[in-house]
Design a protein around this ligand. Structure first.
Ligand SMILES: Cc1cc2nc3c(=O)[nH]c(=O)nc-3n(C[C@H](O)[C@H](O)[C@H](O)COP(=O)(O)OP(=O)(O)OC[C@H]3O[C@@H](n4cnc5c(N)ncnc54)[C@H](O)[C@@H]3O)c2cc1C
Length: 381
């Protein structure tokens, strides 16, 4: 078993929570401390842009089951520095925590279009509560960003009775899911009343109004409320000067090996981490990837090279405009899928075989347990 006695987890999101639970489940019975910049214990971020925005919102949808890891949780406290030589994490309350094992799970923050006060983003529960209160007054809403976050916010605002304009660089969701699923979502969104404007680049113009964006051709689009969903930035500022520079990626993420390690005693997981893929290191900033990576990271700290490696097919889901799409396997997917079951325009189970013998499987409004969806990613299944 392990010689680790003190493990510090930086980040109180799902990756940090899962790492703590997994350490305990793997037999770690030493001191465990979670340092979390938010004043709340881990909650479901995916619920923020779905159940929490709906008019008939379930205001507990973000809550996670009570944890059992027994860690000391320092909430509302941020790590400000790391010294790997002395194995010490410094904190913004002036304290410092020694460790034998460190889990970097500090996640990411919303990228912003500009510095305007009127720009709303959605990353934290507080953001969701503020946005929910704003859309309850049925303002006209401009959403910038055609990814899952932008589309889910647009969907929630439409459901709440707002007139919504989505400003997007390409076809909504195409970069994430591929043309077939994106087209299904776009048709559904248009039928529900979403206005979609395409522009290579939307900008906030100084002095143009708190809730206005300029399109690339100079057209000004104005609304009562501006929400952006234009990506996220890994929270690695606290690692500056730590000597881990070799692992830092140009996008700010921290690169890990196939066992989620930065060094033998430092692991990273979740939105902050870039993991090895066939195309080089890349982030997989989705819920189940954070969970999978954190489980491997915890076992790596304890068992080193005897731990399993990363690499399961990613699982992603989105709920928007009345459709639920769940996908296992790599995305975006090109071309038309095989129809495994259902109705191509209704509830459908789809599969895209790949040349390497794997496949991407998608359930569109189709009830199928995740393990069975996962089995469809093996073409021989
Ligand atoms: C609105 C929204 C909807 C989403 N919907 C989906 C979805 O439908 N499907 C899906 O697969 N994924 C979805 N995601 C993505 C998914 O939620 C994330 O991939 C996941 O939450 C990442 O977890 P994490 O623990 O790595 O990071 P985070 O959830 O970002 O948690 C990191 C925590 O660390 C804290 N922290 C940061 N810096 C420090 C520091 N220096 N010291 C201490 N603490 C620090 C942060 O405050 C934060 O609480 C969604 C994300 C958002 C924002």
């Amino acid at each position: 078993m392990t010689a680790l006695r003190r493990v510090v987890v930086v980040g109180g999101g799902i990756a940090g929570l899962t790492a703590a639970d997994s350490l305990r489940a793997s037999g770690f019975d030493g001191e465990l401390t979670i340092v979390g910049a938010e004043r709340r214990a881990a909650y479901s971020r995916p619920a923020l842009s779905k159940a929490l925005l709906r008019a008939e919102a379930d205001l507990t949808a973000h809550e996670l089951p009570p944890h059992e890891h027994g860690a000391v949780e320092l909430l509302g406290v941020a790590a400000t520095g790391l010294d790997p030589a002395t194995r010490m994490v410094s904190l913004d309350d002036g304290g410092a925590l020694p460790y034998d094992g460190l889990v970097i799970a500090s996640g990411s923050r919303a990228r912003r279009l500009g510095a305007a006060d009127g720009e709303h983003v959605l990353r934290t529960l507080d953001d969701a509560i503020a946005l929910r209160a704003r859309i309850a007054d049925r303002p006209s809403v401009i959403v910038v960003g055609g990814g899952p976050l932008g589309m889910e916010v647009a969907s929630g605002a439409l459901d709440a009775g707002c007139a919504v304009t989505l400003v997007t660089a390409g076809a909504p969701m195409a970069r994430h899911l591929g043309a077939h699923l994106a087209a299904r979502l776009e048709r559904t969104a248009l039928a529900r009343g979403l206005t979609i404007l395409r522009t290579p680049a939307a900008r906030i113009l100084p002095g143009a109004g708190a809730s206005a964006v300029a399109l690339a051709d100079g057209t000004l689009v104005e609304g009562d409320l501006l929400v952006s969903g234009v990506g996220d930035i890994p929270n690695t500022g606290w690692l500056a000067g730590s000597g881990l520079d070799a692992a830092m990626r140009p996008d700010g993420a921290i690169a890990v090996d196939a066992r989620a390690r930065v060094r033998p005693e430092i692991v990273a997981a979740g939105d902050v981490a870039a993991v090895p893929t066939l195309g080089g290191h890349a982030r997989s900033p989705i819920w189940h990837s954070a969970i999978d990576q954190a489980r491997i990271a915890a076992v790596s700290l304890l068992r080193g090279d005897e731990s399993p490696t990363l690499g399961g097919a990613p699982y992603f889901w989105t709920e928007q405009f009345g459709l639920t799409i769940r996908v296992v396997g790599r995305t975006p997917v090109d071309g038309e899928p095989e129809l495994v079951d259902g109705d191509p325009e209704g509830a459908a189970l789809l599969r895209w075989p790949h040349a390497d013998g794997t496949a991407t499987a998608a359930a569109v409004d189709y009830r199928i347990p995740i393990p069975r969806l996962r089995r469809l990613t093996d073409v021989a299944a």
